[in-house]
Design a binder for this molecule. Sequence first.
Ligand code: HEM
Length: 310
Amino acid sequence: MLVGLSINAIDNPDTEFRRVGGKLFNKETKFILRIALLSNFKWIARKLGLKLIPSDITKFFMGVVKDTVNYRLENNIQRNDVLDTLMKIRDETQENEGKLTIGEIGAQCFVFFIGGFETSSSTGTFVLYNLVKYPEVQEKLRNEIRTILARHDNKITYEAMQEMKYLQMVVDETLRMYPPVFQALRQAARDYKVEKDNFIIPKDILVSIPIYAIHHDPEYYPEPDKFDPDRFNDENKAQRHPMAFLPFGHGPRNCIGFRFGLMQTKIALIQLLLNFRVYASEKTPDPIKFDPDATPLTSITDMWLKFEKL
Ligand code: HEM
């Protein structure tokens, strides 16, 4: 559901939303190059008329948001969702308080859409990849899921998922190895002295926090290419620097959708593992080669896996 629309991309894979989301991240759009140019050479990029989001995507998305806002206003519809909240904020603020424009409402909806579009499905895919390579982990995880669900009337509830500690460890270790968002950006609000290295980050400079590199630093994760969910048991987690694990960023601008993202990834994995055993096929990449033009982190080849019905 986005802005209160029923999209249903599973039964209808040709839906415009899926096409638009796919287009934003595909090679032709050069999204990563656009981000690099607009963040590092803003002035030149603006002079060249470069936009972060291609115009046809903006046009489609703004059209959907405007139509939905108007429809709700005309028909007095309330759905208690993100769009309702944004409309309420707009109504309750005065012009001089920075009233939200329809463009800003559309931008907020859009960032929710792209933030949740590839990240959760990539995480699920990388988890399955790890489970194929480590079948003993797959069995252990399936046993945990079955045992806990049996205690919960075989219903996948929030409470049942909270009990699935091993599932969380498997997902965390996968997010460590394959963080879909592999860097976070920050702009220095003032000159900042890094005491340890006697180094100043000047005001306004853009800083890239290399999430992928931190997650593969042997100082924090010995044998970083090895998949080992036990790195995320309570004891091991407590011993590590808290900033050594940043799949959702950190601080006031961290991922706003991280609980939702984790939840939908876990629901998909639980359903799949209850119903299928997953294997490698001769086409499964090993190791995964990343697409240098893609964001989020993506395998350059398709991810082929075999599913056997249980
Ligand atoms: C496993 C899934 C996900 C991962 C790994 C992920 C990762 C991230 C990361 C690393 C950031 C940047 C944080 C920072 O700079 O400190 C981010 C930002 C964001 N994410 Fe996610 N995300 C996921 C799912 C979602 C979902 C499902 C949504 C929305 C429903 C979402 C919406 C956003 C938004 C709106 C931002 C920008 C927040 C801001 O700038 O204040 N994400 N995400």
